[in-house]
Design a protein around this ligand. Structure first.
Ligand code: GDP
Ligand code: MN
Length: 383
């Protein structure tokens, strides 16, 4: 679960990380009062949407107090990567001299936390990562040793931070790690961490992503969730009780059970395909869920084929088949459909599909290969 910048900055403030203290507003009419409260000669108006690259999209603009209303009304309502801006943060403008990058996240390969830092911070960090990765330093934290001062010093040196800011930056990094741990974060990122004209080091931006599995013990953070920020597809899936995560592949997957859904994605990957989503319709027999699943999938233009992988245990194959036939009537699709159906009430399920002109296979391997082929991609021998 991602926090907005204004929320993340409040959290930073609580952990003693220096941040500009601003005001979040939802209407341009509130902008002059916000700027007056801040009281600086210039402010920066920042779109609050849960995607990166707001600066490049025109969602971050400096303004004098007499222009702030016009600038805010320009940014409110703007579309940034498919999300409509409904909130803006008015911050005191910073006199930025240098921009750095600092973050903590999970390194999945080593299953440990990692500190990442670079003197090449700012809006082009992704390009730096792609073209000159040596400019980005990292330290994978040994959980038994923890993060020590000498680890931080090494990262700052490797990342090209000038000695003059090592002290201030190291204490920000320590506080950021405390925050990262105590808020159960997947990511805590400062980009840019800036040096001001006066030589102060402060966080000009703040990005926090919280592990949703930890929200049960982070009730205060859970309450910060912004329902406006879900993509329409995610909101729809959630409302229908589906566990749904959009990915960037071409094969839409509809599976019953999280374990089988993971295994299906692994197998798609094994044979050289790419899944477009994780979708668990759950273990219950509910035709409405299948309909919702179909509607969510056909709304994604990247999907080239749909793979149904149903193992009937508690879920009954005839219910899923009925749901599928109903769904195809409500949300007809021209996409190739590959169905694997096996288990409880399999024969009845196949009969229902047959009446609707559909067929199902029983082998998962055959179904996965067929789904990859019908997405127009080569089936690899398996890796
Ligand atoms: P992002 O593009 O979504 O990551 O948004 P950021 O908050 O990082 O802002 C993008 C860029 O806007 C930063 O890298 C800065 O160069 C610039 N910027 C943001 N706030 C200020 C500010 O207060 N003063 C100045 N001069 N530039 C700013
Ligand atoms: Mn940023």
């Amino acid at each position: 679960m991602k926090l907005h910048e204004y929320q993340a900055k409040q959290l930073f403030g609580r952990f003693g990380i220096p941040v500009p203290v601003g005001v979040m507003i939802t209407t341009a009419a509130g902008a002059p009062a916000a700027a007056a409260k801040i009281g600086t000669a210039k402010v920066v108006v920042k779109a609050q949407v849960l995607v990166g690259g707001r600066g490049k999209a025109g969602g971050v603009k400096l303004a004098a107090p007499d222009q702030v209303e016009a600038v805010a009304s320009q940014i409110l309502g703007m579309d940034i990567k498919g999300l409509t801006v409904k909130k803006v943060l008015i911050d005191p403008a910073i006199d930025i001299k240098e921009e750095y990058y600092v973050s903590f996240t999970l390194d999945r390969a080593s299953k440990r936390h990692v500190l990442i830092a670079s003197a090449a911070g700012g809006v082009d960090i992704e390009e730096v990562h792609a073209t000159t990765p040596e400019k980005i330093a990292q330290y994978i934290i040994d959980p038994l040793v923890g993060l020590r001062d000498y680890h931080i010093r090494q990262v700052l040196k490797d990342g090209g931070f000038p000695a003059a800011i090592h002290g201030q930056t190291a204490s920000i990094i320590k506080q950021l790690y405390l925050l990262f741990l105590s808020c159960d974060c997947n990511l805590a990122e400062i980009n840019p961490l800036v040096v001001t004209g006066a030589g102060d080091v402060i966080a000009a931006d703040a990005k926090i992503d919280i592990d949703e599995n930890a929200l049960f013990r982070q009730s205060e953070l859970a309450a910060m969730a912004d329902p406006d920020e879900e993509t329409p597809n995610e909101a729809k899936a959630k409302a229908a009780g589906l566990t749904f995560i959009e990915l960037d592949g071409s094969i839409g997957c509809v599976v019953n059970g999280a374990g089988l859904a993971m295994a299906t994605m692994d197998m798609v990957n094994h044979f050289g395909g790419k899944a477009a989503n994780f979708l668990d319709i759950g273990g219950s027999s509910n035709p409405q869920k299948v309909t919702a699943a179909m509607e969510v999938l056909v709304a994604n233009p990247e999907i080239k084929s749909i793979l149904f992988n149903i193992f009937g245990g508690i879920t009954r194959c005839d219910d899923v088949a009925r749901g599928l036939v109903t769904a195809l009537k409500q949300a007809p699709t021209t996409l190739p459909l590959v169905i694997r159906l096996t288990g409880t009430n399999e024969a009845e399920g196949r009969e229902i599909l047959k009446e609707a002109g559909l067929t199902a296979v029983s082998s998962m391997v055959d179904a996965v290969k067929e789904a990859i082929r019908s997405a127009g991609e080569p089936v690899l021998a398996g890796r």
